[in-house]
Design a protein around this ligand. Structure first.
Ligand code: ZN
Length: 382
């Protein structure tokens, strides 16, 4: 009897191993994996361009809910900026639903910025995201895209990117959801091993060579979505950090010049290296509570907006460039990105009760008020 049980267990174990092997992506074959829809993970420059011919992209991103308070910072610091080619500068917002003002989202979209997704719930504990099911990932992101387009009155097709809460990876699950729901890119996966030279965006048709900082990372072959790696900054003692506000050894928070030098030093590692997109990933509160940091940030933006080979862009523009790499000279000839402006019939909904937790929420949006506070499984609050 015991023998048969053991034998049965061995069979099950063998079946599990075989299944895992079957889904495991093979090592990347650069001959088979070609742009525009496939790229091996690596620090080589797309299209084989020389670094000095590559537009230095700068991707500035802000996370979490958009509200009336942080809109003041966004207006003060980000509005009315142009790159040296006279095209409007880009910024990407990873927005989660809870406490978000959709009036703010509509305004940011109409300024030409990119609206991306940061989940409907952004819920704790972090382990929820590590173990999340495929079905829950659909509720958190695919449904959030419908919700965002509806309440902010922005075109569904312009929402292309996601960032996972806490940068907690979920193995293959988030990428499988993205592939089936036609998302373009994920920007959640930090690298500390590939900062100099920096890791360029790539696809998951083949096995990734990126270091996995917050496991589980994807291992399967998942054609379609792009990985936009979060290339870490290095703090003053060369300790890597994914968000500027999580760097540990930093200049004094009242030292504007120190902060300016710190930002420029990180920028130059990219600009004087392989020109992998330079990330400035931050949360708005860090800028708002530290005026000297804000002044240094504004000086840095003024600097890059004046350089002929540097472009502050929406993250999705970087992926479009990687798919079809062109030189700075060609890039400067291109027409500016276009977008369809939308209007907002602003409405402030009377306090809405949430069915999932009984809390009362205020909700500003560009549409008609929902019946209940929108949430997982009921993204439009019907
Ligand atoms: Zn967040």
């Amino acid at each position: 009897m015991k023998k048969w049980v053991l034998f049965g267990l061995l069979l099950v174990a063998a079946a599990v191993v075989a299944e895992e092997d079957e889904n495991e992506a093979p090592e990347c074959d650069p001959e088979a994996c070609q742009l525009p829809n496939c790229r091996c993970s690596g620090t080589d420059i797309p299209g084989g361009l020389r670094a000095r011919d590559v537009p230095q992209f700068v991707t500035i991103t802000f996370d979490d809910a958009v509200n009336t308070r942080n809109m003041e910072t966004y207006r003060r610091v980000l509005y009315n900026r142009r790159n040296a080619n006279n095209c409007p500068a880009g910024v990407t917002f990873y927005v989660n639903h809870e406490y978000t003002s959709y009036l703010g989202v509509n305004e940011l979209y109409n300024r030409g910025f990119e609206i991306a997704l940061h989940s409907m719930s952004h819920q704790v504990p972090q382990s929820y995201w590590a173990e999340v099911t495929y079905e829950d990932m659909v509720l958190e992101f695919a449904h959030q895209r419908i919700q965002m387009a509806h309440f902010a009155n922005i075109p569904f097709d312009t929402i292309k990117g996601i960032r996972l809460p806490f940068l907690q990876m979920s193995g293959n699950t988030s990428f499988e959801m993205m592939a089936r729901h036609d998302f373009l890119y994920d920007c959640s996966w930090p690298t500390v091993a590939h900062t100099n030279p920096g890791l360029w965006p790539y696809t998951l048709d083949y096995r990734s060579t990126q270091d996995c900082i917050i496991p589980p990372c994807p291992t399967g072959s998942i054609p379609g979505p792009w990985v936009m790696p979060m290339v870490s900054w290095l703090d003053l003692l060369n300790v890597p950090c994914s968000f500027v506000d999580t760097c540990y050894w930093i200049p004094d928070l009242n030292d504007e010049q120190g902060w300016y030098n710190f930002i420029v030093a990180n920028f130059e590692r990219h600009y004087n290296g392989n020109r992998a997109p330079f990330p400035f990933y931050v949360h708005e509160w860090f800028i708002a509570v530290n005026p000297a940091v804000e002044r240094a940030f504004v000086r840095f933006l003024n600097l890059i907006n004046s350089l002929n080979d540097v472009f502050m862009v929406n993250s999705q523009e970087v992926i479009e460039w990687v798919k079809n790499p062109i030189t700075i000279a060609e890039y400067r000839q291109k027409p500016c990105k276009s977008f369809i402006p939308t209007t907002c019939r602003a409405i402030s909904c009377t306090p809405l009760q949430a069915e999932h937790n009984g809390n009362i929420y205020w909700l500003d949006l560009c549409n008609v008020c929902p019946r209940v506070y929108p949430w997982l499984g009921n993204p439009l609050g019907q």
